[in-house]
Each structure stands twice: as structure tokens, then as C-alpha cells.
Design a protein around this ligand. Structure first.
Ligand SMILES: Cc1cc2nc3c(=O)[nH]c(=O)nc-3n(C[C@H](O)[C@H](O)[C@H](O)COP(=O)(O)OP(=O)(O)OC[C@H]3O[C@@H](n4cnc5c(N)ncnc54)[C@H](O)[C@@H]3O)c2cc1C
Length: 434
């Protein structure tokens, strides 16, 4: 990728930028971009390749709909930013403002959503109940049954791979150095200040470190003395062959999530479900009563989407240790289940998958991100734990990170995103709606 320096195992570097960013997912990239816009020099360090984790594997839903109220103002800002990003980054991201449609056949969910719409309307969001006629205009030919349809016309979608590439390309070479194959080992502090970052490829001296390493953040935080409960969820995504136009909306029914790409292929989330990855940090939740108490409401709320397969989990434990969790297993049964649902929803259409991939989500018990300044002088800015919906919110998170690094504060209320909320027991059960 242009602008990325791929390191070999024997390379040894010594650099002194203003800021080091760990992780070149969408959060790290957006952070580096906003920091560079403010005139700072930045080194972005990526263990694999830019976008190798969740950021190139996600569905590309840019969704305000269903967000927890704490996250809504940040996400609404992100939505506005996505509309400007093609111009700012000078690239086509396949941004389409086709709305987000949620169909549910569960009375309990419908009830929750009606309450959520009232709250969201108070924030000026255009979410509303859609009539059956509107649904048939948004998704012509949809034959599934549902109790309630919720639609947010201002929601959109992008091509995640293009968005990652656009950020990488737009980073100014005069200010930002990006290294792939460069694994961060430890945030180093000295004399009550952040000294920099120790990596496999040498030391990066900097007075500020941004931690945006997705599933890799927990290990770096633990070495810094912060034990944050983060769980991992594996999901399968499939892409069909090109089809006649289906919809411009992102659609989520509880059985499947889908959107049609610019090329006409349909991205279908297989089964719409995820599987808990049982690794040592997940097992930690079962041996710590406090962590278990915090995690259970999350499992319960998402019980229709989350699966724990004890046998697969035990088998997976051996392979989970030491893994990076960038990809994830492709579950063919889940793809078959999803395509069966699509067949029922759109009778007469034939669904053929051309490719599929796995991705691993990093989630917190309250499904809110970890967004905080910690460490000596508050100079370790943590932006991680995006809980399965961090792609859409990333541009605004990048701006918040730049605010925290340059001024130590943000115009957003970040207290719901504090790292300490789990340790001090102030974390609430998850409020978001899927
Ligand atoms: C299947 C799937 C579907 C999703 N759908 C959506 C969606 O439709 N909309 C939405 O908003 N969100 C969605 N998400 C969630 C979204 O993709 C993530 O929240 C978001 O991409 C997180 O970005 P990130 O930069 O924090 O993490 P990542 O993209 O995972 O990037 C972290 C990077 O850090 C690197 N790294 C890790 N450890 C180290 C280390 N020690 N040193 C250096 N580098 C390191 C990794 O290699 C990785 O590249 C989905 C996720 C998945 C998996």
C-alpha cells in the first residue's frame, strides 16, 4: 500500500514523533489523519497490514439507528463527517445515504424501539416507524413478515476497504510515517511521564501514545496496569454474485443484515449472529464475580445473536491463545442459514455466494467504546473496544482523539466511555438496540 513501510523481522528503528498511534484500523487511521491536520508528526504502527482487522471485514453500515443514547451525539457527528470525507480524503468511498431499515417480529424489541425513536427524535435524528408501503418502496419485493419497521433515512453505507485505503493515501507523508509488520509490545513510562512505545522493531519515543489496536488493545492495557473486560465475537460475512438492484438501504432483520454494494453484489451477514470466542480473557469473566455480573446483561440482551458453543469453545481455546484475532472462522452453516432467509424474503431470486470471510469483534460488557485519557499526564489516549459498531463512528472518534491529545478535553461527554467504569462499578447494562 502506498505510503506504508513494511518492516522485516531484523529492522531496528528509533523515531521521535509527537504522537505514536498503535493500530492502523479505521480508528487509528482517522486519529492519525486528524492529528496530522493539527500539525503534529505521527508514527502509525501496525502489527499486520492497515485494515487487516475488523476495519476491512465489516459490513460498512454507517448507522446512527439503535445506538445507545450516550453514543448518539458522537455518531451523529460521524455521520456528518462521512458525508464530507470523500471530499476531504479525495476518494470515492461508495458512500450512499440510503438509510437504515430495521425490521423486527418481536413485540419486546418493537416496544424498545418505539421508546428509542422518541429519545432519538429529541436529539434531532430522523428515525421513524416506516409503514408497510414505505418498506416495499425501500426494499421492493421484500416478502418477509415483521411487526415493526424502523427507518433512519440519514443513515448510510460505505465500502470499508476503500475507506481504509483512502485514509492511508490521504495521510500527508511529510507528517505521518506508517509501518506495517510492526508490533507494539509495551507503552513505556518514565519519571511520571509517557516515554514512548517499545515495539518488535525498535523504540518510538513520544510524549503521547494513542491506543487503537482493536482486539490487541487489552494486552497493552494490561501491561500498563488497566484490566478492562473485553470479549471477542467471531462473525461470518458473505458476498453474493451481482444481482439486479435490490435496495439502497442497510437492512437488519435479526436473522440477517444485508446491503447491496456499488457493484451490485449483496453483502449478507451470515445468520446475523456471532459466536463468542473463548480465549483466556473471556475465561477471566467467568472467574471474576464482578466481571461476570457486568458481562451477563450483555449476553442476555444479545442472546438471540450470540452463540456460545461449549465444545467449539474448548477446542478454540487452544488456538485462541497467542492469536491476533484479525480474521475468524468462516461458518458455512451460518452462510447457508442466511441465504435461506434471503430466499424466503425475496422469492424468485437466486442467491449464490462468491466469497466469504470471518471477522472478530472486540466488545465491552456495556457495548460502549473505551475512549479515555489515562496513564501519566493522561497522555495515553485509548480509543478501542468499539463493540461491533466502531466503523461508522470512527471519523468522529479520530477527532475526539486529536482533541484529547492536543487539549486534554473534548466537546463530547466522554464519561460514559471511561476505562474505570468497570472497576468502579458505574458501568450500566447495554442500552443499544440491534
Ligand atoms: C463482521 C463484522 C461486521 C461489522 N459491521 C460493522 C458495521 O456495519 N458498522 C460498524 O460501524 N461497525 C461494524 N463492525 C465493527 C467495526 O468493524 C469495528 O468496530 C472497527 O473496525 C474497529 O476499528 P479499530 O480500528 O478499533 O480496530 P481494527 O480494525 O481491528 O484495527 C486494529 C488494528 O490494530 C492492529 N494491532 C493489534 N495489536 C497490535 C499491536 N500490539 N501492535 C500494533 N498493531 C496492533 C491490528 O493488526 C489491527 O489492524 C463490524 C465488525 C465485524 C468483525
Amino acid at each position: 500500500m502506498r505510503g506504508v513501510q513494511a518492516l522485516q523481522g531484523t529492522d531496528r528503528l528509533w523515531r521521535r514523533p509527537d504522537v505514536v498511534v498503535v493500530g492502523a484500523g479505521i480508528v487509528g487511521l482517522a486519529s492519525a489523519y486528524e492529528l496530522a491536520e493539527r500539525g503534529l508528526s505521527v508514527c502509525v504502527l501496525e502489527a499486520a497490514e492497515p485494515g487487516a482487522g475488523q476495519s476491512s471485514r465489516n459490513w460498512g453500515f454507517i448507522r446512527q439507528q439503535g445506538r445507545a443514547v450516550e453514543e448518539l451525539p458522537v455518531m451523529m457527528e460521524a455521520n456528518r463527517m462521512w458525508q464530507e470525507l470523500p471530499g476531504r480524503l479525495g476518494a470515492d468511498l461508495e458512500w450512499v445515504q440510503g438509510g437504515n431499515l430495521r425490521l423486527t417480529d418481536q413485540p419486546e424489541r418493537a416496544e424498545e424501539y418505539l421508546g428509542w425513536i422518541e429519545t432519538a427524535t429529541g436529539y434531532g435524528l430522523d428515525s421513524r416507524v416506516a409503514t408497510a408501503r414505505e418498506v416495499s418502496e425501500i426494499v421492493p419485493g421484500f416478502a418477509g413478515s415483521y411487526e415493526l419497521a424502523i427507518f433512519t433515512p440519514s443513515d448510510g453505507q460505505v465500502n470499508p476497504v476503500k475507506a481504509v485505503a483512502a485514509y492511508v493515501t490521504a495521510l500527508p507523508a511529510s507528517q505521518v510515517e506508517m509501518y506495517s509488520g510492526c508490533r507494539a509490545r509495551e507503552i513505556v513510562t518514565s519519571g511520571g511521564a509517557v516515554a514512548g512505545l517499545q515495539t518488535d522493531a525498535g523504540f518510538f519515543a513520544a510524549s503521547a501514545v494513542v491506543l487503537a489496536a482493536g482486539a490487541g488493545s487489552g494486552a497493552l492495557l494490561r501491561r500498563l496496569g488497566y484490566h478492562v473486560p473485553v470479549h471477542l465475537v467471531a462473525q461470518t460475512v458473505s458476498l453474493t454474485e451481482k444481482m439486479p438492484r435490490l435496495t439502497d438501504a442497510c437492512v437488519w432483520t435479526g436473522r440477517v443484515g444485508f446491503r447491496q454494494t456499488a457493484s451490485g453484489q449483496v453483502l449478507v451477514s451470515a445468520g446475523g449472529r456471532g459466536e463468542m470466542v473463548i480465549d483466556p480473557s473471556a475465561l477471566g469473566a467467568f472467574v471474576s464475580p464482578r466481571q461476570l455480573r457486568q458481562a451477563l446483561p450483555m449476553y442476555w440482551k444479545n442472546r438471540e445473536y450470540l452463540k456460545i458453543r461449549p465444545r467449539a469453545a474448548l477446542g478454540g481455546l487452544a488456538t485462541a491463545v497467542g492469536r491476533d484475532h484479525l480474521d475468524g472462522p468462516v461458518r458455512h452453516a451460518a452462510i447457508a442459514e442466511a441465504l435461506m432467509a434471503m430466499g424466503e424474503y425475496f422469492p424468485g431470486r437466486t442467491w449464490r455466494t462468491v466469497t466469504a470471510w470471518g471477522g472478530t469483534i472486540d466488545g465491552t460488557p456495556d457495548a460502549l467504546p473505551l475512549l479515555d485519557s489515562v496513564g501519566p499526564g493522561g497522555n495515553v489516549v485509548v480509543a478501542t473496544g468499539m463493540s461491533g459498531h466502531g466503523f461508522g463512528v470512527a471519523p468522529a472518534v479520530g477527532r475526539i482523539v486529536a482533541d484529547l491529545v492536543t487539549t486534554g478535553k473534548s466537546s463530547h461527554n466522554l464519561s460514559p466511555f471511561r476505562l474505570g467504569r468497570f472497576a468502579d462499578g458505574t458501568a450500566k447494562p447495554p442500552q443499544h438496540l440491534l
